[in-house]
Design a protein around this ligand. Sequence first.
Ligand code: S3P
Length: 171
Amino acid sequence: MLFFLIGFMGSGKTLLGKEAAEKADIPFCDMDRLIEKSEKKSLPEIFAENGETYFRQLEFDFLRQIPINETVLIATGGGVPCHTNNMDYMNSIGKTIYINLTPEQLQVRLEATDIASRPLLKGKRQKELFDFITSKLAEREPFYKQADYIITGEDDELTEQIIQIIKASAI
Ligand code: S3P
């Protein structure tokens, strides 16, 4: 079974995903890191040199080359569910799990990370960052909310819920 972790930048898809996969004893992969590896460029370089449209095409292609009979937890990039028909596609080949955090929670987490590694957030801080999160999240939630599972809570609770979902549906 394929499991897709979806959610806004900073929601913890990579960090919590890694931990949950390890505890549930299934493989984990991070889409952004694999795209960077195959392009031999960082995300900021891909955005700057090739543009966002090109990056969205890479995400589209990546999803569609995943072997559907594998068992793996995949941390997707925050924009994946909201482009082309990726959300329908992920729902059709696996289980989607939305890490549903508030703009306030996302702001705290994002400010504690390396903003420069996320091209869409470049140069944004404090109120500008908060306003961006609020409006972008509102735009994306109709997609995120199509997930099979919507989870909320603190980190430990989120990890535990991901583990339970995997255990309940892994074959
Ligand atoms: C993006 C999220 C990023 C990365 C790219 C675009 C987005 O992934 O794919 O910078 O559109 O929300 P994370 O959600 O892992 O930060």
